[in-house]
Design a protein around this ligand. Sequence first.
Ligand code: SF4
Length: 220
Amino acid sequence: MNKRNKPEPQKTPPHKSHKKRTYAPHIEAGVISVKEMKKLIAAVEADGAKNIKLSGEIIFVWDEGQGPGTHIEKQTSYEANDFRFGGVRPVKMCSAETFCQRFQQPVLGLARKLDQMFYRRPLATKVIVGIAGCKRSCSEPATKDVGIIGVAEGYEILVGGSAGYSPKIAKSIGIFSTQKKVIEIVEKIMNYADKNCKKTERLGAVIEKVGMKAFLKEIL
Ligand code: SF4
C-alpha cells in the first residue's frame, strides 16, 4: 500500500457500531479551483477532519499549454491512473467503514487488496470492479464488469455489468463466505476475460454470447 495513501487509523473497529461526523460540501458540477480546495482542506483540517472519501477520480487540470511538472514526482509517491482500454481499472468502492456503518461485511480491506492485486493488470479488455458494503449499492456494483456486495451470509458476486453504449445490469453468480474465496473467483474472472473477450468487447457481452452456464463452468 502506498504510505501516503494510508488512512488515519480508526479508533473504533470498523465493524462496531459508532457514529462518525461527516461533511460533504456541495461543489457545483464537482469542479473547484486548486486555491479553493486548499482553503477547504485547511478549514476541515482545523476542525479536526482525518480522512477524505473520494467518490470518483480526483483530476487536477492545467491551462492549455501547461501540464504536470516534476513537483508531483518529487513531493508525492502517487502514480497517475491509467485509463487505456485493456486492463483493470481502479476499484470503485462505497463509503463502507470510512464513515458509513451500514455495511454487512467489511469491504474496505478487500477493495484495497483487489486494487493492489489487479489494478493495471493488462487484459484483452477493460474490467471495472465495484464494491459495496451492502445492497444499497452506493458504488453501483451492478453496473460493473465485476460487482461485489456485502450481504449477511458473506459476499455476493455479480458479473457482466457495464455502462457505456450498451449498458447492462450484472447478474449474481452466488454468495461466498470468505474474502479469500472472493479473491480466488475474481482472479478466475480476470483470466476468463483476458482469454475470451476481444478488444472493446465487455465481459457482459461475452457472457450473453456463450451463456451463463458455460461461463460458470469455467469460473466455479
Ligand atoms: S453501499 Fe451500504 S455500506 Fe456502502 S455506503 Fe452505501 S449504505 Fe453504506
